[in-house]
Design a protein around this ligand. Structure first.
Ligand code: SF4
Length: 400
């Protein structure tokens, strides 16, 4: 009773609907979920930790991609305490290719907080979940309702689209009043019984029926309640989100070798590729030429650094950025300048793959290796193998 009184107070502007619509929508969606939902592995488990990992991965990544990552991640870190105890590098390495690495850092931090505060098991409480690092409103709603059966709403892009059409909620995506209305609708609709299945039914409907383009309204289980369909507004709701401005990011990257090891640097936790390892790199102005790039790398690594020929450029497309990594062969002193990096380390190329390195930087490492292969370990030379001279800076291949 207290909950419904509170809901009534916080939802003064909710779209009015005929009596019993909410209940009919709940019943239809649960029936749809029982008969039509895709069979996804995280829907077959009751392990709150495994469900949480899937929800974090799914926030920015498509189901087809998450399937493989989720299974491999749980193989590497089968329990929450094992995730908490793992080095951050191992977690970031397991995340490589999924992007949005802040999710992996938050997952790791939250796992450690769960071990400290709750003995290693996710708490079955909305308030306790909300107090964990990286638990936004969506993650709280997903874990609380799906893993623990608590009556908690959630709103993601799919749910927002379904609700905005079903109840003819106008306004542009991201507009605060629209977001409040949609959250209030999600709160009003989520039932006491089977809240997790209901939330997943909404997401499933958005992913498979009420799609952005060409929704299949004829097959929709809630079409007789859909106000957008009744008013002919399906195509215009929700209005398209303006695409984010793309940024072009060009970096000069130093490939520094010393006795068979590569110099890697760890970025601070905040910002793009936060906490990941990379070949030392510095951002270039759009108009910077080769000489400017070489000078920027000398300034980055400090006195005694020599920067040689280009080893080519690696191009990568990120969600909001076009990235160009311009590789240069370089020599640096044993203790190069650390600058804003958290840590510098000399590592063998094989070790680099086990550190947290972004997919873009992995491609740069592969290109550097192809351009100038690392010398073989000494034992191989002693065994009579051909000794490969490391090319001098002036001998490096020209870039493209
Ligand atoms: S009837 Fe069409 S627009 Fe309305 S909820 Fe169903 S699929 Fe979406």
């Amino acid at each position: 009773m207290a909950t419904s009184a509170r809901l009534r107070r916080t939802t003064p502007a909710l779209p009015s609907v005929p009596a019993n619509t909410d209940e009919a929508v709940r019943r239809a969606l649960l029936r749809f979920y029982d008969t039509e939902a895709r069979d996804l592995p995280w829907r077959r488990t009751r392990d709150a930790y495994a469900i949480w990992v899937s929800e974090v991965m799914l926030q920015q990544t498509q189901v087809a991609v998450v399937l493989g990552y989720w299974a491999r991640f749980l193989e590497a870190f089968p329990t929450l305490p094992q995730l908490a105890a793992a080095p951050l590098d191992a977690v970031l390495a397991a995340w490589r290719g999924l992007g949005y690495y802040a999710r992996a850092r938050n997952l790791h931090r939250a796992a450690q907080a769960v071990v400290d505060r709750h003995g290693g098991a996710l708490p079955a409480s909305v308030d306790a979940l909300a107090a964990l690092p990286g638990f936004g409103r969506y993650t709280v709603g997903a874990v609380a309702s799906i893993a623990f059966g608590l009556r908690a709403p959630l709103l993601d892009g799919n749910v927002a689209r379904v609700l905005s059409r079903l109840f003819a909620v106008h306004g542009a995506p991201g507009e605060p009043q629209r977001e409040r209305t949609l959250w209030d609708l999600a709160s009003r609709l989520v039932p006491e019984e089977r809240p997790g299945d209901f939330n997943q039914a909404l997401m499933e409907l958005g992913a498979t029926v009420c799609r952005v383009a060409s929704p299949t309204c004829l097959l929709c289980p809630v079409r007789q309640h859909c106000q957008a369909l009744a008013r002919g507004e399906v195509e215009s709701l929700p209005p398209p989100k303006p695409p984010p401005a793309r940024r072009y990011l060009r970096l000069a990257v130093a490939v520094v070798r010393r006795r068979g090891r590569l110099l890697l640097a760890r970025r601070p936790n905040a910002g793009l590729f936060g906490g990941l390892w990379e070949l030392p790199a510095v951002q270039l102005a759009a108009e910077a030429q080769k000489k400017g790039a070489q000078a920027a790398l000398r300034a980055l690594l400090g006195p005694g650094t020599r920067v040689g020929a280009s080893l080519g450029t690696v191009h990568r497309t990120l969600t909001h950025r076009d990235l160009a990594l311009c590789l240069f062969q370089a020599d640096a002193p044993a203790r190069p300048r650390k600058g804003e990096y958290v840590e510098l380390r000399w590592v063998r190329p094989a070790q680099a793959a086990r550190l947290g390195v972004s997919a873009a930087m992995q491609a740069a490492l592969a290109q550097a290796e192809a351009a100038v292969p690392a010398p073989r370990p000494r034992a191989a030379h002693r065994a009579g193998g051909p000794r490969r001279q490391r090319p001098r800076l002036t001998q490096a291949r020209p870039g493209r």
